[in-house]
Every structure is written in structure tokens, then in C-alpha cells.
Ligand binder design. Structure first.
Ligand code: NDP
Length: 285
């Protein structure tokens, strides 16, 4: 039997609509998201444009700051300082990657952790690891929502996260630990990926290698979340070989149309939550 297709596009649209409803009812000023783009990287420009559009559609204020790729690190840090102090700004996002002469860690750690809606600040990573309220990175947060939609109970499940980046793999593992899954994190030095995949009830692939994971490596009925976005000659493909995984998995995300749309929806949700915390407005977190 073919796997259930997890429709991230529809789920993201529902989340965005729910956020827009809360924004419309938000008392006083509207929640605001500042997006900083350094340079002209075409992929980053596309992401920033879609984030701004999504902001406007949700009724939020978007503040776009475009800086040349020659900008001095001190000037970028000064902009972050101004945004930290701006009462109209609830969320700050600095689009990565940054030009080589800028220390991305310095910029990320300069953002007020309570406006860090990307959840990349070490304070928010620490909060996630210790179970304190903070901001969870948008992509793994979106993945968890999709997993919850198809698995009634997560406690006790075997979960394998492939990839250990700070923005996807590690926070994903933390979220699944918090859900009481038994979590294995695999990476490029893992000796036998297949061994781990064979017992996984939940697989999250965040690698960046096209079709790395094949259907014959999966456990029957597994929930498969494919974060990978790989541009190939045949178009966008994920880290999972979709065609061979479909008859084996219980549920699977397509690429595109799976995890991707959830990321921006979660960013809007995080910005709304930030505004709620700052203004003392209760938001269902
Ligand atoms: P990184 O390059 O930062 O991390 C990739 C991880 O995969 C590393 O931990 C690496 O291991 C591991 N890895 C590499 N090769 C293998 C292998 N052969 N077997 C097992 N593990 C391997 O990537 P990101 O986490 O930033 O992104 C991963 C993918 O997700 C990319 O395709 C990216 O485009 C996509 N993405 C999608 C988003 C969305 O919104 N849908 C958002 C963010 C990312 P090691 O640590 O040992 O090097």
C-alpha cells in the first residue's frame, strides 16, 4: 500500500490562516518582523521576498533592510542593535549565508534572544535543550507539526534524524527527545546508516544529498520527513528517493510541497508569539 502523502502546503496554509486570524484580533499595533539581507545572493533574495509577502498576507508589518555585500561588520551589528531597541520589531531575522568577511556567529549572538524568531541564538538553543520557553528553529518545528499530524503517540517511538546541523538536525533531535522518542542522530561519519534506518518509526532527513535514503532501507510504515532541497538536472529533489520510499513508508512528505512551506508559516507563528509575549497578549503556544 502506498504511503499517505503529507501535504505540507495545505498544513502551512492552515497555520498561516490561524496566525492571520490572531494578528487581526491583536490589540494595538500589529506584530512586526525585520528581515535583513546582505548582498544579492539570488536564492536569499527569493527567500526574503517570500518572507515579506507572507508577513503582509498575515497582516503583520515587515521591515526589510537590504545592505550591500561590502557592508562593514560594525554597521551590520549597529543595525541589529537598532532593531533590538525598536519597540515595533518583534522578530529579527538575518538571512544566511553572510559574506565571508562577516562573522555570522557574532551577528546571530547580537540579536536579542527574545526577538530571535529564527531560534538560532545559543540562548534559544539552550532553552530548547533544557525545556524552557524560547524560540524553536522554524524548519524542525514545522517538521514536528507534520509528524504530530500523522502519529497519534510519539512517546517511545524510534526516531532517526539524519544530519546534525545547528539549524535543522540538532534542534530536531531535541524536539523529538522532548516528545519522548528514542532518538538517534546520524551524520557523515555514521558507520552504517541502514542499520539505524531499519528500526526507525520516524525518519527526518536533513542532509543535502539527493536521494540518499532508499525505500529498501526503511522500516515498513515509517513516517518519513524529507527536509532536503537539492537542485538537480531533473529539478528539485529531496534527500529521500521518493519513488522507492512511497510503497514502504506509512506517510511521507513530497519535495517540493512538504517541509518547505512549513518553515515560513512557523516564522510567522514565532513572530506572533514574540509580539504576544512582549505585549502581554495570550497566544496559544
Ligand atoms: P548542513 O550541510 O549544515 O548539514 C548536513 C548534515 O548532513 C551534516 O550534519 C552532515 O554530517 C550530514 N551528512 C552529509 N552527508 C551525509 C551522508 N552521506 N550520510 C549521513 N549524513 C550526512 O545542512 P542543513 O542542515 O542546513 O540542510 C540540510 C538540507 O535541508 C539541505 O538540503 C537544505 O537545503 C535543506 N533545508 C531545507 C529547509 C526547508 O525549509 N525545507 C531549511 C533548511 C535546510 P557532518 O555533520 O558529519 O558533516
Amino acid at each position: 500500500m502506498a504511503a499517505r502523502l503529507i501535504d505540507g502546503k495545505a498544513r502551512a496554509a492552515a497555520l498561516r490562516a490561524a496566525v492571520a486570524e490572531r494578528v487581526a484580533a491583536f490589540p494595538g499595533r500589529k506584530p512586526g518582523l525585520a528581515v535583513v539581507l546582505v548582498g544579492e545572493d539570488p536564492a536569499s533574495s527569493v527567500y526574503v521576498r517570500s518572507k515579506n509577502r507572507a508577513c503582509a498576507e498575515a497582516g503583520m508589518r515587515g521591515f526589510e533592510h537590504r545592505l550591500p555585500d561590502t557592508v562593514a561588520q560594525a554597521d551590520l551589528l549597529a543595525l541589529v542593535d537598532r532593531l533590538n531597541a525598536d519597540p515595533e520589531v518583534d522578530g529579527i531575522l538575518v538571512q544566511l549565508p553572510l559574506p565571508k568577511h562577516i562573522d555570522a556567529n557574532k551577528v546571530i549572538t547580537r540579536i536579542d534572544p527574545d526577538k530571535d524568531v529564527d531560534g538560532f541564538h545559543p540562548v534559544n538553543a539552550g532553552r530548547l535543550a533544557t525545556g524552557l520557553p524560547g524560540f524553536v528553529p522554524c524548519t524542525p518545528f514545522g517538521c514536528l507539526m507534520l509528524i504530530r499530524d500523522v502519529r497519534e503517540r510519539l512517546a517511545g517511538l524510534e526516531a532517526v534524524v539524519v544530519g546534525r546541523s545547528n539549524i535543522v538536525g540538532k534542534p530536531m533531535a531535541q524536539l523529538l527527545i522532548a516528545e519522548s522518542c528514542t532518538v538517534t542522530v546520524a551524520h557523515s561519519r555514521t558507520r552504517d546508516l541502514g542499520l539505524h534506518l531499519a528500526r526507525a518509526d520516524v525518519v527526518v532527513a536533513a542532509v543535502g544529498v539527493p536521494k540518499l535514503i532508499r525505500g529498501d532501507q526503511l522500516k515498513a510504515g515509517a513516517t518519513v520527513i524529507d527536509v532536503g532541497i537539492n537542485r538537480t538536472d531533473v529539478g528539485l529533489v529531496g534527500d529521500v528517493d521518493f519513488d522507492s520510499a512511497l510503497p514502504v513508508a506509512g506517510a511521507i512528505t513530497p519535495v517540493p510541497g512538504g517541509v518547505g512551506p512549513m518553515t515560513i508559516a512557523c516564522l510567522l507563528r514565532n513572530t506572533l508569539v514574540s509580539a504576544g509575549r512582549r505585549e502581554g497578549v495570550e497566544i496559544d503556544e
